[in-house]
Design a protein around this ligand. Sequence first.
Ligand code: DX5
Ligand code: ZN
Length: 215
Amino acid sequence: MKNKIIIAPSILSSDFSKLGEEIKAIDNAGADYIHMDVMDGNFVPNLTFGVPVIKSIRKYTDLPFDVHLMIEKPERYIEEYANAGADIITIHSESTIHLHRTIHQVKNSGKKVGVSLNPSTPVDVLKYIIEDLDMVLVMSVNPGFGGQKFIESTIEKIKDIKKLRSNIDIEIDGGITDITIKRCIDAGANIFVAGSYIFSGNYSERINKLREINL
Ligand code: DX5
Ligand code: ZN
């Protein structure tokens, strides 16, 4: 039997003027996680939302909040995101000097921890920390915006991470569609973020279409 895949719609592509309703709608459409892109206009050239928004939408669903921090020095805010209702907190390896310390800060907050790599970041940075992680988030576009084109070298990167640790959860983020998801599944990824693909169509049809690729 094939491994289950997890679909994590990114609310970056949702209608922010009715965020609570959007979250309920993707929950009803069969999402597994809610992916939240926190951007600080510094680590990435875009600014989105942070702790107060996450706190305010926590009541709309029981699904896990998969919080992707694209912020400089995330160690300053880990406890705040944990208290706001995050279930998984992912930090970028490029955003903190003390990656090991920040990983353990997340673990000590009682939440699952992920580390994300930009497209140009080699997997070597994972070598001494991968056993401490719940998940690796591979950026398949340069972080900052939805609707970008999938970067092909992601496939090789997924395979390289599998070689480091075969049972690690691998999440792919950026340019995921019913076409690009297939090669990522074949390479060994099991969690898929999709923003523009899901939110530009019927939510349940699009989520089902992504799942069907794995049947
Ligand atoms: C980009 C974000 C993604 C984004 C993906 O920095 O991390 O989660 O929402 O959007 P799509 O699926 O449209 O590429
Ligand atoms: Zn993301």
